[in-house]
Design a protein. Structure first.
Length: 202
């Protein structure tokens, strides 16, 4: 799926230079939405996609081992495992929509864009648990990611006026991410008041 995205994106950029401005505007809008979004507890089972899938496709009440589809009472039914698979793939699609245009801001070489996505996917599995454990401590990570998207989008929008070297772009991105991490460590989120009146009694 990502390979198709990369090939289509590269073809669009080669055929229509103005697509660079479309990608840039998309990234800037994404950055603004990321900054404006509030932290809410996720409930994937209540998402619109899952509800739409359950409305269109009959789903069994429970899992059926490792099977995605089962035949019961003379008709085919999807299992919750298939619902999970659809949700994961759509989530990956959303990430691809954000990440692939961002990589095109650094390089338009389809091979580099595709291999960088492959390495990112391979590394995300092992990094996920480390990030999940550190996410509460990296309170400014979302701000850092939003700034990265805004910088990359602005770079794409200004491609006709200013050409930013690749090394400088990577340096700015690294500086933003390192700065967000250091700021999170220097100014951690306020935890529960342990010394509040009555805390000792409890």
């Amino acid at each position: 799926m990502r390979a198709v995205f990369v090939l289509v994106g590269a073809a669009l950029l080669q055929a229509f230079h103005w697509m660079m401005y479309v990608f840039g505007a998309f990234l800037v809008i994404t950055a603004v939405k990321l900054l404006a979004s509030r932290e809410e507890e996720a409930h994937p089972e209540q998402g619109r996609l899952v509800r739409l899938f359950r409305r269109l496709v009959p789903v069994t009440e429970g899992y059926r081992g490792e099977r995605f589809l089962v035949r019961e009472a003379g008709r085919w039914l999807a299992t919750p495992l298939l619902v999970v698979l659809v949700a994961v793939e759509v989530t990956d699609l959303v990430f691809a929509v954000d990440s692939i245009p961002a990589v095109f801001a650094v390089t338009t070489d389809p091979f580099i864009v595709f291999t960088s996505n492959v390495f990112a996917i391979l590394g995300l599995r092992s990094l996920y648990f480390a990030l999940a454990a550190m996410l509460d401590k990296l309170r400014f990570l979302k701000v850092g990611l939003a700034l990265v998207l805004a910088f990359v989008g602005a770079k794409m929008l200004a491609v006709g006026l200013v050409k930013v070297p690749i090394g400088l772009s990577l340096g700015v991105i690294a500086t933003i991410l390192v700065g967000a991490s250091l700021a999170s460590l220097l100014w951690p989120a306020a935890g529960p008041a342990r010394d509040a009146p009555g805390a000792a009694a409890h």
